[in-house]
Design a binder for this molecule. Structure first.
Ligand code: NFS
Ligand code: SF4
Length: 631
């Protein structure tokens, strides 16, 4: 049973075919290591292992039979579990926000170099939103000012983050009342590290307040900066068809997989693979062309903006190499399994790291310089081309691939909705059709399915089963990250998926020509969802917590996912986690997060591993919210 649970249960054949090949080739994958790891450490699993100082590691023990359970310094299970969780949330917020900072710097460099700014309209709108004078300024001047203001968000000494203003008034009051309104991104993250230092904050509720503020500085800060500035610099996504799954690799071509997160690298690669000189070089080296495909969140970014095929999600990264057909796996930051270097060694694949923040022993490091992005990308592509001749006969590209429509940015969703009203105006004016559809009950509500893969759940199954259950019950699904990969692979972003919908949702999809599962981007793009919900709540004159919406991270694993879940809850959203966070050793903390916080923020966590039950709970939540709104 354990083994069966740990293994890929065959959600898609491309994955299972390559797991078999990995076995034949003697390659160990994430599933093998997860199995070898059993049983996992119970103290760690429950979040009550502390290594915050060198008197530890501590688990909680009783000195006398009736005494309290504590670590050596007297930290209780509540303190230890809360500190561990808060530090994870801070790390997640740091990862997303540092990504946002890199994008702001890239926008600044682009402005200096007078490189193209792809969405000037969005740039001008954001400048206006931030009170920057736009009249008479060139795009470069404005880009430079907006980037400068964005960079100040990380360390400004006074005030609150600018994007907090996007939240409904009632939400801002709740945050101010709790003293958790995010101030400056770096500061809010640092404060968590300070207060969770040995001998500092011991009150789990207070620790969680600091963690909430750091998480909000991710969702309404670093991530939102990442998304908005990426759109300005590289273009705001529009809907179009893409192919997905490992079958997108091409036998006759130089295959380059770009994996990681920041669009700066992937955008430069998109330019480089279309360079006529490099295409010619590929031909001279015996290939028919260059095939760039995307993996994980960076795959979402380039699919959304350029229609680059989506090769797969987190648990498929090793398998991409196992095909034997990948000349280069080019990575930047986050969600890159260090095992890739071991796997790559058994094939001809070059693992190329590009970020000074993420080097892997055994990989080739070709540092990516944002000031000289295209030249760096060209060198990387050439490295891949020259590796084509080293491909052995041990190649297996699975046949399976699917198609679907991606690219539903906030703007694209609003434009699609415009299909019914034909009244294009400011976004806030045009959520009317969506709100009308929800009010009339044609649509019951909306749910976000986000997050990673995790060996504790059969690969992709929870994402897919949950999405199917929801659309069957007239709940519109929006998705990002590895959840989005799972959904497109399962065909849920295609026209055919309309057949799986309830009558109301099917009608909406046909009328608007949209799939029932909307791809909204990478994990930083969950900020698009926050923005959409704010606009809807403002339009309806309610708070986000009043909307018939919910979120689920059915296969989550990363610290970023914890930060996302926390800012979602603190923004008033009901969030179902398919994998229990490492907090269950503290009853108080578990109760706090799954129950008590609801009376503060209106959102809360739920832990539910069964995707059908998850759907039931989400639908019940949505129906309860409808009743409260009297619709
Ligand atoms: Ni987001 Fe998960 Fe990673 Fe993306 Fe995939 S694992 S938290 S989904 S690629 S960040
Ligand atoms: Fe142990 Fe306290 Fe040190 Fe943690 S901080 S390792 S509980 S002594």
């Amino acid at each position: 049973m354990q083994q069966e649970k740990l293994m890929c249960s065959g959600c898609d054949s491309a994955t299972s075919v390559l797991i078999e090949k990995a076995k034949r080739d003697g390659i160990e994958t994430v599933w093998d290591r997860a199995l070898a790891m059993q049983p996992q450490c119970g103290f760690g699993e429950m979040g009550v292992c502390c290594t915050n100082c060198s008197m530890g590691p501590c688990r909680i023990v009783k000195v006398s039979p009736d005494g309290p359970k504590m670590g050596i310094c007297g930290a209780t299970e509540d303190t230890i579990a809360a500190r561990n969780l808060a530090r994870s949330i801070a790390a997640g917020s740091a990862a997303h926000s540092d990504h946002g900072r890199d994008i702001a710097e890239a926008l600044l460099f682009a402005a200096e170099k007078k490189a193209p700014i792809m969405d000037e309209k969005k740039l001008r709108a954001l400048a206006k939103e931030w009170g920057i004078e736009t009249e008479g300024s060139s795009a470069e001047e404005l880009a430079s000012k907006v980037a400068g203001e964005a960079l100040k968000e990380f360390g400004k000494p006074f005030g609150h983050l600018r994007f907090v203003e996007r939240a409904p008034q009632k939400r801002k009051e709740i945050w101010e009342g709790m003293n958790v309104a995010p101030r400056a991104i770096d500061r809010d993250i640092v404060e968590v590290l300070h207060s969770t230092h040995m001998g500092c904050d011991a009150d789990y509720r207070n620790i969680m307040n600091a963690a909430v503020r750091a998480a909000l500085s991710d969702g309404w800060g670093g991530s939102m900066i990442g998304t908005e500035l990426s759109d300005i610099l590289f273009g705001t996504p529009v809907p179009h068809e893409v192919e997905a799954n490992l079958g997108v690799l091409k036998k006759e071509c130089v295959n380059i997989v770009v994996h990681g997160h920041e669009p700066t690298l992937s955008e430069a690669l998109v330019l480089a693979v279309n360079d006529p000189d490099l295409l010619e070089a590929a031909k001279q080296h015996g290939a028919q062309g260059i095939n760039l495909v995307g993996m994980c969140c960076t795959g979402n970014e380039v699919a959304m903006r350029h229609g680059i095929p989506m090769a797969g999600n987190f648990f498929q990264q090793e398998l991409a190499v196992v095909t034997g057909a990948v000349e280069a796996m080019v990575v930047d930051v986050q969600c890159i399994m260090p095992s890739l270097s071991q796997v790559a060694r058994c094939y001809h694949t070059k693992l190329i790291t590009t970020s000074p923040k993420a080097k892997v022993p055994g990989a080739v490091h070709m540092e990516f310089d944002e000031k000289n992005s295209v030249e760096c990308a060209r060198k990387i592509v050439m490295e891949a081309i020259m590796n084509f001749k080293n491909r052995t006969g041990n190649v297996l590209i699975p046949e399976e691939k699917s198609r679907g429509k991606v690219g539903y940015s906030l703007e694209a969703i609003i434009r699609a909705l415009d299909g019914i009203t034909n009244t294009f105006a400011h976004p806030s004016g045009t959520v009317k059709p969506l709100v009308d559809a929800i009010k009339s009950g044609v649509l019951r509500g909306a749910a976000a399915i986000v997050g990673c893969n995790n060996h504790r759940v059969p690969h992709d199954r929870s994402h897919v089963v949950l999405a199917k259950e929801l659309i069957k019950n007239d709940v519109l699904v929006v998705t990002t990250g590895c959840g989005a990969h799972a959904c497109i692979k399962a065909g849920l972003m295609s026209e055919d998926a309309v057949k799986l919908c309830g009558k109301g949702l099917a009608t909406c999809c046909e009328l608007l020509n949209i799939p029932p599962v909307l791809h909204m981007g990478s994990c930083v793009d969950i900020s698009r969802i926050l923005h959409l919900l704010s606009i809807m709540a403002n339009y309806m004159n309610v708070d986000i917590k009043d909307l018939p919406v919910a979120a689920a991270a059915p296969e989550w694993m990363s610290e970023k996912a914890l930060s996302i879940g926390t800012y979602a809850v603190a923004s008033g959203i009901y969030v179902v986690l398919g994998v229990a966070p490492q907090i269950t050793g503290s009853e108080n903390l578990t109760r706090h997060l799954t129950s008590d916080v609801e009376s503060i923020y209106g959102g809360r966590f739920e832990i539910e591993s069964d995707p059908v039950q998850t759907a039931r709970k989400i639908i019940d939540h949505i129906e309860a919210k409808r009743r409260q709104l009297d619709i």
